[in-house]
Design a protein around this ligand. Structure first.
Ligand code: MF3
Ligand code: CO
Length: 255
């Protein structure tokens, strides 16, 4: 069963997602050459406390125990679930994805951005921009009456056009009271397949792409997902609300 949020829950989701978006945005501004990812994570954790929110990632159960940090920070060949560390100091040319999932007054907002630090090549800039485009094309399909496969296919089609690899084992998801609800939203699939979207569904759509092969492995820390060939990867994510007209992007930062 895919939860359909009531009008009251939608208000809560808007608030929770606004908090998640503000925290991600502030962390993005804090992100610069010379900063270590542990300090960046602490900055995010402190903001969560100020907002009265909690991290949905912290102590999330995985194959090797509980996730130990408040956000996921994945650099270069790390695709997702990078564990922040004092030993990881950001350097010129890095591409840094920051994944912030927070719970505020009982509802979860989930969003991710990939940031280019300093001098990156045109190829890498295009790669990050194309991932954002794939996300945006996926979101455009998230309307009442369409299917999950329509979202998946839009992302896949764009990624394939650009010849990027698509992660198979990690997918987007419904989000609400819990960080992960039905449905799963793969970044590949066929149009007109899968569950039908209904207004009131809230979904985290999150393309994870690679600049080489789509083969990945999990590092010895039990969490960090890395590309097998060591090539770069990106991750962008928004939480959206399905409506009977245009999707509402709940994790957009409103100035
Ligand atoms: N925010 C991630 C997602 O999109 C999940 C974080 S995984 C965790 O699903 F282990 F860090 F919690
Ligand atoms: Co997510």
């Amino acid at each position: 069963m895919i939860p359909i949020k009531t009008a009251d829950e939608i208000v809560r989701m808007r608030e929770a997602c606004a908090v998640a978006a503000k925290i991600l945005s502030a962390m993005a501004e804090f992100t610069r050459v010379g900063v270590n990812t542990y300090d960046l994570d602490c900055f995010g954790r402190d903001l969560m406390m100020e907002f009265g929110a909690t991290s949905s990632s912290f102590q999330y159960p995985g194959r090797k125990g509980l996730y130990p940090a408040y956000t996921c920070i994945s650099i270069n060949d790390e695709v997702v679930h990078g564990i922040p560390s004092k030993d990881v100091v950001l350097k010129d040319g890095d591409i840094v994805s920051i994944d912030v999932a927070t719970c505020y007054r009982g509802y979860v907002g989930d969003n991710t951005r990939t940031i280019c630090l300093g001098n990156v090549s045109r190829e890498v800039e295009n790669f990050v921009r194309s991932t954002e485009e794939a996300l945006s094309l996926g979101i455009q399909q998230a309307v009442e009456g369409n299917t999950v496969g329509d979202i998946s296919n839009a992302i896949e089609t764009h990624a394939k056009k650009c010849k990027y690899g698509i992660l198979r084992d990690f997918v987007g998801h419904g989000v609400g009271k819990n960080m992960h609800e039905e449905p799963q939203i793969p970044n590949y699939g066929r149009r007109k397949t899968g569950p039908v979207l209904r207004s009131g569904m809230t979904l985290a759509i999150e393309p994870m792409l690679t600049l080489g092969s789509e083969k990945v492995f999990i590092a010895s820390d039990g969490w960090t997902v890395k590309t097998l060939d060591g090539k770069l990867s990106t991750h962008c994510e928004h939480t959206i609300l399905v409506t009977d007209s245009l999707p509402e992007i709940l994790t957009l930062v409103k100035k």
